[in-house]
Design a protein around this ligand. Sequence first.
Ligand code: GAL
Length: 657
Amino acid sequence: MIKIAIDYYPEHWDRSLWEDDVRAMAELGCYAVRVGEFAWSRMEPAEGVYDFGWLDDAVELIARYGMKVILGTPTNCAPLWLYTEHPDTVQCERDGQRTHLGIRGHRCQTSPTFRAYAEKIVRKMAERYAGRPEVLAWQIDNEVESNHCTCPSCQERFQKYCKDKHGTLEQLNRDWGTVVWSGEYSDWSQIECFNTAWVNKSDWFNPAYMLEYERFCSETTAEYVAFQAALIREYDPAATITTNACFGLHVQDFYKEFAPLDVASYDNYPPLEIPEDANEVYSNAFALDMVRGWKNKNFWIMEQLGGPMGCWMPTTRAMEPGMLEGYALQAVAHGADLLSFFRWRTAATGAEMYCFGLLDHDNKPNRRLKELELLQHRLAKIEGLEDTTVEAQVALVFSPDQSYNFANQAQSRGFDYWRQERLFHDTLMGLGVNVDVVSDAEPLDPARHKLVIVPAYAVTSDAFAEKLEAYVRSGGHAVLTARSGAKDANGNCTVGEYLPGKFARMAGCRVLESDAIGEAVQTLRDSNGNVHNIGVWCDLLELDGARAIAEYDQRYYAGMPAACRNAYGEGSCSYVGTIGDKSFHRALLVSELRLAGIDFIENLPAGVESSTRAGGGREYRFFFNNTMKNHTFFYQGKRVTLQPLEVKISTSDGAWL
Ligand code: GAL
């Protein structure tokens, strides 16, 4: 059965409440309880003085009620004695100054002093708990974000990273094009972490340097997580280890971060307010499919929305009826096998005092707990769901490099790499098509994915271009979009060839010129004569073997191709030189799916998404109404009605669950 767990902070609550809490969780049918991830000051109240008595009691109580624990290493929040006695453990901000204490996540991930103390506390925990039958898994730290600390330790590491990668300063100067503005380095010590002390605009900086810096930040974070995982494995080589990812301000390469871990996990906080504008892309399904892609298998949710988010003032709207269940089942639909709800009790003290958990301050039964109970009953009835997974014939390539690249150089107002990824994903969800969000480092195989979508692939290595070309040549269908091939692997512009550069032959077109139209809205006409809104960017294309599938409708380039498709080898490559609205994406993807021979559902109402889990001879198709309206449609001859946020599941033998 899909497992339900609870995030719990026993150290926040009077002991007299513990047993009632744990009993109630057990009565709800919970499988596990996550504890510990912020409790370092209680585990080591003074240097070298360890107190695990309270945690022992909590673990014992949870086990007594038949549940397991997920133990968080507490390194996100070092105790104040550590920070004040060893200021070099505190991360530095963009201005180079140590951060102010008093919130959380102040630790510098690379500081040797911090690492030494982190190692001690993780070892102490592992010595005590690793390998015990009550321990289901370990969570490393909490929502570790890409390390953007600018302290001397990080600076030194960045210099070493550059030396290891570029070898000599001459090479690095060439790779980054530092001759511009006399930026040539004559000593490794001149290479600094990105520091905005004097200017708050990153696009004044050399983009090749910025790209490298982001890669470095991502790698140090992956190394920090791997360091903790290795410690735990010394005590229990068979431990199940994860870390709870989130998409924060700085996003690292999660594919790399999760490589040494056992299961991907994610903190799932979908929107509490659902936009009415039909053109908004808000579905959370993209994030969920991406999480599954980190390890190419089912995943866990370490924090699942369990109440209104009040900690980040002002407080949010209450959860709509059906929302707790709907969002939970949406996660399951995309491959979640365990959902740990955030959090049991609504905080009463501390920064998150209005961050609602399942239980309100009044400690009385409520609507959310009731809904969780219903969810639990519903899941219990779906036989074999835990033995299924999401099998997709469409891959959406996600590239950390492009994410870094466009965050620094948006190209045009509104040019947002993530939004472009999500537009494709959203459209496929509305067509009932499963999608794998795969790393660009993964092999591409037409036998696995018949269609591969590659939005805005600017920073291009020879290896990726060759891989994509081989995929198409051997029968795959690819979609590339504007800016693809614009840069080399160092992040410098491609010189001496038409874009899409390394992809031009396969795409059968040339970009003659581009118009960064930003927020202006223009139109194009697709090959069926339908008109769609476009924005942000327009490549003016000349065909070189490809066939136009859309033409601009306006301006001096009216009549020029905006998108085209080229038969290449056994497959095809489409190039889309602009960014269309949802209707454009739908028309484009319907024709791509037909070409690739992939089944889809044509009549889902806008905002209803559908995907499947299959395995062991069973298939479950989930329909999720991601809107606040009622919707009705027909599926396999049956009339299906969905309330707002409702999920219905149809099985391969014709039943509805
Ligand atoms: C998460 C975090 C939790 C809690 C939650 C509330 O990002 O991991 O510790 O802060 O948000 O919004």
